[in-house]
Design a protein around this ligand. Sequence first.
Ligand code: PGA
Length: 260
Amino acid sequence: MEVIIQPDAAAAGLLAARMVAAVIKDKPHAVIGFPTGSTPIPFYARLVRMHREDGLDFSRITTFNLDEFVALAHDHPASYHAYMEKHLFGHVNVARDRIHIPDGTAADIPSYCRQYEDDIRTAGGIDIQILGIGPDGHIGFNEPTSSLGSRTRIKTLTLQTRRDNAAEFGGEDKVPFHVLTMGIGTILDSRMILLLAFGAKKAEIVARAVEGPITALVPASALQLHPRTVLLLDEPAAARLTKADYYRYVYEHKPDWQNY
Ligand code: PGA
């Protein structure tokens, strides 16, 4: 794993956006996996700016979102359909028919999830998957003890994750119990993974994911198996890493051709 420590979330968001822009410029029909949550907001703001000011062209990309709540209307303000519209899709020239967000209102969930996996394969696989990390180590909504080989499926949120999402829903009791999420195996199939984590609240789980054992108890630790995973952290999120100085030293001495 490559760990890059930036002074703050704005600087990390800019670097993440530059990395995604480089993928799109190199491959205009790239397939991009997008996350939701509070963490990627500065990253999306940068992508929108790059579209407006530099003409970054989204017209040929295909997108797959990580997850969505089950049985939540797409126009519900806490849905990830609404989130993506608000933070990215409503502001860039992405082709509507190449946007994929799991449909939590699907009538036949198992067959819908198989189709989602097929759609990713048919699109050519995900070139770059952007991730956040939950305080319990979840990626997508793969809660602790999720199979490290899991595929897109229904999952039950932990009580803590439902509490963490209470504000968006106007109360914990309104947060759905169930979600659809890409599996850990689905995520690991991506050609490149970019995980963003900001703030002191993420410091402990980031250290366990990067420097602890690979375990289903910390789903993000499965990323240690992936050959091209980059973690973009701010200083507070990096505070518990025992090898932080080494990661800084590696970044400072990257060969020019490896820079983002
Ligand atoms: P956050 O959520 O970005 O709102 O912290 C991350 C996650 O739960 O994956």
